[in-house]
Design a protein around this ligand. Structure first.
Ligand code: SF4
Ligand code: SF4
Length: 428
């Protein structure tokens, strides 16, 4: 840091302005402090990284900090990052690089369009290329690269959740592709492999069956959508996954590509077309079911008399503007009372799982007083909700863990919308 010479000033011995004598110390002007005296090596390195240029546009208005979910449980936000970079921090080797969940709340309010959704992947990509990334992320990327899912499970086990179902979805990987399917369902990793995700996948299967739909899955040919891998900077792996999944989508003629994961929705809608040149007739499952509410409502014969609240997934809400579809489904639940949390819709809080956060709990814990998911379940309990309703495969497990770690077991249930609809249709 350079030495500042705060004593430097100029003053006029005689100065009269509009008849008022301000001679002497009254007109003293200090020289500006030399901010450029700091070492700007890493600030320059960031702003010269393609995609991360907007980091340099910040003018320190602080709009972003108040809405940053990480700042609610620690100290973070683009303004703080900018200031740290300005005073010499090496973001390429600092944990701050991994705390952003790319929730997009800062971009929503930033007058200068400082875009963390571009800055973070761009800077992380440089770190990934050098191989100096957190161990948790390294392991996850290795698993996705080798097995096509972050858990490191066998691809053959991907459709195993369908075993024992009375009417399982068609496994298109076992067909020759000559028979079109109405709904091609991209199930996603957590619905395929995680036990609580599988519960929701089974519930959605029963709901789709009751609607009399023809639907199929890619089975062992489905691979991770890659959006979170893109956001942690693994662009090459993302491109490989996009090519692979797109080949499967092209192989099986279908009417609508329905996804259960908002991250997959974001990837297929906003990023795959740039790589594959193909557009998809895409719907998140809440959007698809909302389109069939007329047929769905008469099937909801059982009451569910609980107080429900809803957590907007960042990648369905802020990133893709869908706030209504899940709410319309929740409002159709007979007997339920729906209450909003304080932070909802475009101002929704974040579960902490996006942008790689799903695999960064260890790094984040060193810099925050509590997990973002813990902060969120406390809010749901505070407003008197009995059930926290979700529609993203990352969230059931994250929030259920948070209910336990905050000693709130028995006070709040976490259920996917599909599970509630299934219950109201007389499901398990
Ligand atoms: S809102 Fe934008 S310009 Fe304002 S401090 Fe945050 S990043 Fe900087
Ligand atoms: S994207 Fe979200 S987590 Fe990242 S800095 Fe902005 S508000 Fe904070």
């Amino acid at each position: 840091m350079s030495e500042h010479e705060y004593e430097k000033y100029t003053e006029k011995e005689e100065a009269v302005v509009e008849g008022v004598d301000i001679s002497g110390i009254w007109n003293r002007m200090y020289e500006p402090r030399e901010l450029t005296g700091y070492d700007l090596t890493f600030m320059d390195k960031v702003t010269e990284t393609p995609g991360a240029e907007s980091m340099g546009w910040c003018y320190q208005c602080a709009q972003c900090v108040g809405v940053c979910p990480v700042d609610h449980v620690g100290s973070y936000g683009p303004r703080k990052l900018f200031r740290k970079l300005q005073t010499g921090m090496n973001l390429f080797e600092n944990d701050d690089l991994w705390l952003c969940t790319t929730c997009m709340n800062c971009l929503r309010v930033c007058p200068k369009e400082v875009d963390m959704m571009k800055i973070m992947p761009a800077v992380r990509e440089q770190v990934v290329l050098n191989g100096s990334l957190p161990g948790e992320i390294q392991e996850m990327l290795q698993n996705v690269s080798e097995y096509g899912n972050p858990m490191g499970e066998s691809p053959r086990k991907r459709p195993r959740w369908t075993k024992g179902l009375e009417n399982p979805p068609r496994d298109l990987s076992k067909e020759d592709g000559s028979d079109p399917v109405e709904v091609l369902w991209y199930v996603s990793d957590y619905f395929s492999y995680h036990q609580r995700g599988q519960d929701a996948a089974k519930a959605l299967t029963r709901v789709l069956n009751r609607l009399g739909l023809d639907f199929g899955i890619l089975g062992s040919q489905e691979k991770c959508d890659g959006d979170s891998q893109r956001l942690v900077g693994e662009t090459g792996l993302f491109e490989e996954l996009a090519q692979h999944n797109d080949e499967q989508f092209q192989k099986y003629e279908h009417d609508t590509l329905v996804v259960t994961d908002p991250h997959a929705y974001n990837a297929f809608k906003n990023h795959y077309p740039k790589i594959t040149g193909n557009e998809y007739k895409l719907a998140h499952y809440t959007q698809y079911l909302r389109g069939r509410l007329g047929e769905l409502k008469p099937l909801l014969t059982e009451s569910y008399t609980k107080k429900l609240t809803f957590h907007d997934p960042c990648y369905l809400g802020r990133h893709n503007g869908e706030y209504l579809a899940p709410r319309e489904l929740i409002e159709a639940v007979p007997g339920a009372e729906f209450i909003e949390m304080y932070r909802c819709r475009e101002q929704s809080y974040c579960c902490g799982g996006g942008g790689g956060g799903m695999w960064l709990d260890g790094v984040t814990a060193d810099h925050t007083q509590e997990r973002l998911s813990e902060n969120r379940v406390k809010e749901a309990i505070e407003i008197g909700a009995e059930v926290l309703v979700v529609c993203c495969p990352y969230e059931v497990s994250r929030f259920e863990d948070a209910v336990k770690s905050t000693d709130n077991e028995g006070k709040l249930e976490v259920l996917d919308i599909a599970e509630i609809l299934d219950l109201c249709m007389g499901g398990e």
